[in-house]
Design a binder for this molecule. Sequence first.
Ligand code: FES
Length: 105
Amino acid sequence: MGGYSNVKEWVAAISLTIGAAAVGYLAYRSLYSRDKCRKSLVNLDIQKDTPKVVHAFDVEDLGDKAVYCRCWRSKQFPMCDGSHTKHNEETGDNVGPLIIKKREV
Ligand code: FES
C-alpha cells in the first residue's frame, strides 16, 4: 500500500514537472517569435545593392503637393503609388503615405 502511494506521488511530481516545462517552453517560444518579428526586414527589394536607401529633395522643388511612400512597397519609391492599400489588406497593417503640401491661402 505504501509503495503504491509512493508511485502515485512520483507520477504527480513528474506530471507537474512536464507541465511546468511545457509552459516554460511555450512562453520562451512566444517571446522568441515576437523577437524574430521585430527583426524582420522593412525594405524587401528597393535598392538592395546600397548600404542605406536615402532620398533628398529641395523644398523649393516639391511643388504644391508631394506624396511619399512609407510602406516600402511602392514601385515608384520614394513616391507613393497606392501599393500600401494592398499591403494593408494582405497583412493587417495600417501604413500610409507622408503627404507634404503647401497651405492654401
Ligand atoms: S505605396 Fe507606400 S505608402 Fe503608399
